[in-house]
Write a protein that binds this ligand. Structure first.
Ligand code: F0G
Length: 474
């Protein structure tokens, strides 16, 4: 590990520091979240972001090549906690920024204004790999052979995949243990955890219950925790912002829109921009919109209805505790089709408030039907994504209608996970509505609905031709 890097409590009235190799996930003094912090003035940081472009050309089996092949470690000077030979990488983060003009047109935005950062291209199919490579790098440095996480699915898929590959030849394997809520995980994700050989515990309860248990047990059972409470994971997730910048030829967009679950991404994005600005590498910082699902909108409620703010690092914990207490008393559990963000107690809440503060952010919520319609819109005009990811585009639509985002501003929506993660939700949306199916051969979807019903047709040439229709001659 590098000198000049350490861990630090984010709370203004504490700021306690810890060595890089101390394993803890909350400040021992005050319970605050921890950052990985750097003495930037003692480190060598490129003076211009274009420096990173040349690494696209490098690849290979040697250490530098492997690191350069990763869309995370290509930017290693901006997350300088690891030594090259500790890096665990499977070629994550080679993702793209897609200019989505047709989708923009549907939302009455100008061409060249809407971009989708497609994190479904990661090896396990979601943005989690950006963080997991950093978390596993730390686990290797610490010589940990047992890793664990609570998950709504993607974290477990990613962790299980890395665990299956993390041990160098000749060393004992890394054991992955995942805690998932029963019935709360999309099949695509569950299948990955099983396939990669992780011990998969289905706890009777939801994500929030799993999170509580894994934190309680990690010390006792010697499990290295790889949820986004782990500050090293968030270091890796900063790279999503670096790649967005690179995709825009290093121009800062006006808005970043991201779905909010455990709020790891939002927190990592905030830290990325905070450091880029501190290092003088960007002239400005974009605005941030975090989008909750209506059935899991703790942040949105606290931020908009109870005016909870970062407040210079002095957060009103009582307001948060009061809200959690009310939810418990009312038996309120998170519930949404976007199972990835079905979370009522986001562990990174305070870091997300810091990001909102730095990036002049807004928070909104969108309901399940709206999420599914926007998921279908994304699929119709580009890469397909899972429901939680589409919350970002649904949130954009809402913010355009509200006039908060201008139709000619430059917006980047983060598509956090691949469409094949949750095919059930997709097929139900397009085909599962039997009453509409009965309208064969020409079902008319209700307005705003993008359903693409499969057409039932007898095995008869003429009938098939009638359904497909004659070619139009123009
Ligand atoms: N989108 C997808 C596809 C996710 O899997 C998650 C989180 C989020 C958005 C929310 O991101 O937590 O950084 O705010 N999934 C976690 C999991 C919780 O266990 O896979 P966040």
């Amino acid at each position: 590990m590098q000198e000049h890097a350490y861990q630090q409590c984010i709370r203004a009235d504490c700021g306690e520091t810890y060595a890089l190799d101390e394993v803890l996930f909350k400040c021992h003094k005050c319970g605050g979240l921890l950052d990985v912090a750097y003495d930037w003035d003692k480190l060598t940081v490129p003076r211009n972001l274009r420096f990173f472009e040349r690494r696209w050309g490098t690849s290979g089996r040697h250490l530098v090549g492997r690191a350069d092949y990763s869309g995370v470690w290509r930017f290693r000077e901006l997350l300088p906690f690891a030594r090259l030979d500790d890096i665990v990488t499977v070629g994550e983060g080679r993702t793209t920024l897609q200019q989505a003009d047709r989708l923009a047109g549907l939302l009455n935005m100008k061409p060249g204004c809407l971009f989708l950062q497609y994190e479904g291209f990661n090896p396990s199919g979601s943005f989690k790999d950006n963080g997991m490579t950093a978390g596993f790098t730390m686990a290797r440095f610490l010589r940990r052979r047992r890793v664990a996480c609570a998950s709504t699915g993607n974290t477990s898929a990613s962790m299980a995949m890395y665990a299956s590959m993390a041990a160098p030849p000749g060393e004992p394997p890394v054991q992955g243990i995942v805690f998932i809520g029963s019935g709360k995980i999309a099949y695509g994700k569950l299948s990955q955890a099983l396939d990669h050989g992780a011990m998969t515990l289905q706890i009777e309860g939801d994500f929030d219950a799993c999170m509580r248990r894994v934190v309680e047990l990690s010390d006792r059972l010697g499990m290295y925790l790889l949820n986004s409470l782990n500050p090293f994971r968030l270091e890796g997730q900063k790279s999503i912002m670096y790649r967005v910048l690179e995709g825009l030829d290093w121009e800062v967009p006006d808005w970043i829109i991201v779905p909010g679950g455990n709020l790891g991404n939002s927190s990592a994005f905030g830290k990325a921009w905070m450091e880029l600005r501190q290092l003088g590498l960007v002239p400005k910082v974009p605005r941030l919109a975090i989008i909750n699902a209506t059935g899991a909108r703790t942040l949105e409620e606290l931020y908009n209805e109870r005016s909870l703010r970062w407040n210079g690092g002095r957060i009103n914990d009582e307001a948060i505790d009061r809200r959690y207490h009310e939810m418990d008393a009312a038996g309120q559990r998170a519930h949404t089709i976007a199972s990835a963000i079905e979370i009522n107690r986001p562990v990174n809440l305070s870091k997300a408030l810091r990001a909102l503060d730095l990036m002049n952010g807004v928070v909104r919520h969108v309901d399940d039907d709206t999420i599914l319609d926007h998921k279908a819109m994304v699929g119709r005009f580009g890469y397909s994504c899972e429901p939680a990811s589409a919350a970002s585009v649904a949130g954009l639509h809402l913010l355009l209608d509200e006039g908060v985002i201008g139709r000619n501003e430059r917006v980047v929506c983060i598509l956090t996970g691949h469409g094949l993660k949750d095919p059930d939700a997709t097929v139900k949306y397009h085909a599962g509505i039997d009453a509409k199916m009965a309208k064969w051969p020409d079902p008319v979807p209700p307005s705003g609905c993008m359903a693409n019903y499969p057409v039932r047709v007898p095995d008869d040439l003429e009938a098939i031709c009638r359904v497909i229709g004659e070619p139009t001659r123009s």
